[in-house]
Design a protein around this ligand. Structure first.
Ligand code: PLP
Length: 358
């Protein structure tokens, strides 16, 4: 039996809203009186068709996008899209990249593997990625500029998108529907579902319809074929799409992205305020570049960090270990994390500081 007082700060797969878990439980024996659980229904059934179409509409509504955008529900993670997106829409095979750390570099590597020329047009590497770089309009002709809105490992984020004449392609994996952006001149918005929109196994791609054109890519990579098949060229991840739709409905009922952003700012604000005043813990990120969803911190002492992670776990605050590339701690405060979770973490940080500061 799950202990309900456990707060899971994992970077993904991550927490689901409690009401979504309850809905899943109640749907399990018989989904919509079908006599079958949702894990057993056919993707060709009317039951599933209704789910996938609803999820599409809900996503566009929450992102405030018109139906000029197609929504694809795919597999293979954001990692597959690092190559699939340029293969589909980079007509001159030449793109720009904003280098904000690990995941942006992975996007660059995969695009290059797919034969795409990638120019880094801005980078915060020399600042150890502790801030996000200012992006200026590049002079060269580029199909688009790839930008990671939230950097899961480094704990940085764009609060506002750069206003450029070259279109943007956005990896929103770790702040998908967690804060609002003005999606102006944006070709693609994409990310995995496993942080803010449900469970692992589903990747969501919102792509401008006029960019979906005839090409000779294999089916599973081909946006035109996938779009014509309503994301069902093969068997889609039925359970993950069903869960995503529950999460999208939950978010709509809550008041949408503006409301969740307010809550996310309260949660992260509580933690950042503590860190700003702490003698023991430090957050290295420049204030205007702080992520709302992934907050990195450390004591600067590996032994003490490990002691913190262990003791936090004993206090039901789990998965606080930082990514192996940066060490220290990371608290992921995605949409499903309640305010009480952030409060419990800060209470524990205060106690740990009292006990360990000399
Ligand atoms: N982009 C960002 C910003 C991420 O945080 C991650 C994973 O954590 C990825 C891409 C890779 O996503 P996936 O595991 O869905 O391929």
């Amino acid at each position: 039996m799950k202990n309900m007082s456990v707060y899971n700060f994992a970077a993904g797969p991550a927490m689901l809203p409690a009401s979504v878990i309850n809905q899943i439980k109640s749907d399990l024996p018989s989904f919509n009186d079908s006599g079958m659980s949702v894990m057993e229904i056919s993707h060709r059934s009317d039951l599933f068709e209704k789910i996938i179409n609803e999820a599409k509409t809900n996503l566009l509504e929450l992102l405030n996008l018109s139906d000029d955008y197609e929504v694809l529900f795919l597999q293979g993670g954001a990692t597959t899209q690092f190559a699939a997106i340029p293969m589909n829409i980079a007509k001159t095979k030449h793109i720009g990249l904003v280098d904000t750390g690990h995941w942006s570099i992975r996007a660059q590597e995969e695009a290059k593997r797919a034969g795409i020329k990638v120019d880094t047009i801005a980078s915060s590497k020399t600042d150890q990625y502790h801030n996000i770089p200012n992006v200026k309009q590049p002079q060269q002709d580029l199909d688009y500029i790839h930008l990671t809105t939230n950097n899961t490992i480094e704990g940085t984020a764009y609060n506002k998108l750069p206003n450029l004449t070259t279109p943007l392609v956005l990896d929103v994996s770790s702040n998908f529907l967690a804060q609002s952006y003005q999606f102006k001149n944006v070709d693609v918005i994409y990310g995995g579902a496993q942080k803010n929109i449900g469970i692992a196994g589903l990747t969501i791609v919102a792509v401008r319809k006029d960019l979906i054109t005839e090409n000779d890519l294999p089916g599973m990579w081909n946006f035109q074929i996938l779009s014509k098949k309503n994301s069902m060229l093969n068997t889609p991840p039925v359970f993950a799409i069903y869960t995503a739709n529950l999460v999208l409905k939950w978010l709509k009922n809550l008041g949408g992205v503006a409301e969740i952003e307010k809550r996310n700012r309260q949660k992260s604000g509580l933690l950042y305020d503590f860190l700003d005043n702490s003698k023991l813990f430090n957050n290295p990120v420049k204030k205007d570049s702080r992520s709302l969803t992934n907050i990195v911190f450390s004591t600067g002492n590996d032994e003490l960090d490990n002691k913190f992670i262990e003791q936090a776990k004993e206090n039901n605050l789990v998965n606080l270990k930082g990514h192996r590339l940066v060490g220290g701690m990371r608290a992921s405060l995605y949409n499903a994390m309640p305010y009480e979770g952030a409060e419990a973490l800060v209470d524990f940080l205060e106690k740990f500081e009292r006990d360990n500061w000399r």
